[in-house]
Ligand binder design. Structure first.
Ligand SMILES: [Zn+2]
Length: 363
């Protein structure tokens, strides 16, 4: 804050907004649409509580697995997973499908599950070679198939930008996860459509809705907390009791008071609050998540032209502000609610589907 005072910025939000090349108005619109529409997630909580056989959800129930859900096969052969991904991508665009097939065939992916190697994945670019490399652990689960799709999405983003001038190939955090989350969504929708049982469908939808909760509620709580923290810290130091108090308030507000137990010491354990070089680390993830859903929702509108529009958007992420990138490619104004509402329409559809699929599973 001392540094901000010296820099003469308006307040503590200027720096993260500049880092993410976005306007304050966009951030405000995004949160206000989320606040308005997030009560649809309460129906998901209610149903999840019924499925778990409890009265009301608590904070720690958020990640509890549903006994009625099956995750599908968990011995999915790697080649089969690659096949499914390429097929789903091809249905969206042969550019994305063809690229992924080439990356897989030419050994850009190191996915072996061996002892001493951690789970998860990441993708790095080799700009001079105009290629990417993916390092991940493939475990045979549907989740690790999604991880592979996610990382291929990142590689595709670099691929689209490969012929741009070197300095126009870099994008900020809020735009970094667009291509990866989008690729996951393409695969997710395909998996949902071809799920063989209600249990499998329930598992896929539960996974999708946990993501929605994380981005629309959990990260919102972090934002409310950090915002309050910055405001109060400008006046005086905060005691640990006060931090615990504002964390509790933030969680209750962000989750519409839906739980009967909270995690008011979350401020101690969440690493992101302590990354001083990247203040407000998390809201770019919410932005990226809703951006990729919104982009997905425009597929019908653009029809055959969509894959090309999508490539235009990815190219624009390297050289434009977030608002310009979306406006110039898809024609939507991120400072207005319309685009964000489209994104949340998809979340709403998924909640309704979750309710429908689980109707017969509750007593
Ligand atoms: Zn990623």
């Amino acid at each position: 804050m001392t540094k901000y005072r010296r820099l003469g910025v308006q307040d503590h939000l200027d720096s993260p907004l500049i880092c993410n090349r976005m306007q304050r108005e966009t951030l405000e619109t995004m949160w206000s649409v989320i606040s308005e529409r997030k009560p649809i997630l309460l129906k998901y909580f209610e149903r999840k509580a019924q499925l778990l056989g409890i009265e009301k959800m608590a904070w720690y129930d958020q990640l509890a697995p549903l006994p009625q859900a099956s995750s599908g096969k968990d011995d999915l052969a790697y080649d089969e997973a690659c096949d499914t991904i390429v097929k789903s991508f091809n249905e969206f665009s042969d550019h994305l499908g063809g690229f992924s097939e080439k990356a897989l065939k030419e050994g850009w992916v190191e996915a072996e599950d061996r002892s001493g190697k951690r789970q998860g994945g990441f993708c790095t670019g080799l700009p001079a070679k105009q290629q990417s490399r993916i390092f991940m652990t493939y475990t045979g689960s549907a989740d690790s198939m999604s991880t592979l799709a996610h990382e291929l999405g990142h590689a595709y983003h670099s691929h689209v930008l490969r012929s741009q001038p070197y300095l126009l190939q870099f994008y900020p955090m809020n735009l970094a996860e667009t291509a990866s989350t989008f690729a996951e969504a393409v695969l997710g929708e395909k998996r949902l459509a071809s799920a063989k049982s209600d249990g499998e469908k329930l598992g896929i939808l539960n996974h999708m809705l946990s993501d929605a909760v994380a981005f629309m509620m959990n990260i919102h709580a972090r934002f409310i907390f950090e915002n309050k923290f910055h405001t109060e810290r400008a006046e005086a130091e905060l005691t640990s009791d006060r931090l615990t108090e504002i964390m509790l308030e933030a969680q209750k507000e962000a989750y519409c008071d839906a739980f009967d137990e909270w995690s008011n010491v979350f401020w101690i354990s969440k690493l992101h609050f302590y990354i001083t070089g990247l203040p407000f680390y998390n809201f770019p993830y919410t932005f990226g998540y809703l951006l990729s859903l919104g982009v997905y929702s425009t597929a019908d509108e653009f029809g055959e032209k969509f894959p090309e529009k999508y490539r235009e958007l990815l190219t624009a992420t390297g050289c434009m502000n977030a608002e310009e990138a979306v406006q110039s490619s898809l024609g939507y104004d991120l400072t207005k609610p319309d685009f964000w509402n489209r994104s949340i329409d998809i979340v709403e559809q998924r909640v309704n589907e979750f309710l429908k699929v689980s109707d017969s599973m509750i007593g």
